[in-house]
Design a protein around this ligand. Sequence first.
Ligand code: A2P
Length: 275
Amino acid sequence: MNEMTQTPAQATPVLPDAQTVTKVTHWTDELFSFRVTRPASLRFRSGEFVMIGLMGDPDPRTGRAKPILRAYSIASPAWDDELEFYSIKVQDGPLTSRLQHVKPGDQIILRPKPVGTLVHDALLPGNRLWFFSTGTGFAPFASLLREPETWENYDEVIVTHTCRNVADLEYGRRTVEALRADELIGELIGDKLKYYPTTTREASPTVGRITERLRDGSALADLGIDGISPGTDRAMVCGSLAFNHEMKEVLEGFGLEEGANSDPKHYVIEKAFVD
Ligand code: A2P
């Protein structure tokens, strides 16, 4: 067989919707973030998610491979030239067992159809915006914290992040820290930002689940806030299903109602996807 008659199986595979990895940061044995090129045609609202993934192994019977895709919040803001993602590493997970090994220059698949409810359009105007997250649920807030609209629309922005250990907070802590130095965002922030990280399995300045600290009043006392009310407060929630469920109860206990793109209200909720 000469080169002209080479079969497709022998040719270098061309991935559909391929994007190139530009940077990878490993935060812990279980957490990493990475950046990829952005398709020129991709428009999204800060806080939305897309499907990303890798090609699976070829089916031994047909010889054909299918993509393994999962929903990932875009962790970079809508204005960024590249796209950032924040992920756990599950050692036997179909996607993250492999995705954790990507390096700059590698390709991933990205379906350019952004969707999601953690967007400004799904909230009514308010004075104070809360971002409540656990684990990799911080990702959409990494996007929204770098979105000018967040700072233009609110007098106060409070970001809470609950993780098991101190090292799990690092990606969020660095993102928050970098905001003040950001060319675009730094000036808008002023003294509007409050960052409230808590750990549940390791000692840190603030220990305990945010849900418990809201119920017993200690989070509000620490933050110097009298109460949460539908007249002033708006919230976005992103974490595990159990966390989201409890936060829904807590926020509704304060009288907030859940909104959607088509029906903006006081709070919105979305599951942190890959688990
Ligand atoms: P905990 O250590 O008490 O389970 P995970 O790593 O399991 O996704 O959890 C991330 C963080 O979210 C942990 O600090 C965990 O606390 C916390 N968490 C898990 N479930 C809930 C919940 N229902 N309400 C509040 N926090 C939760």
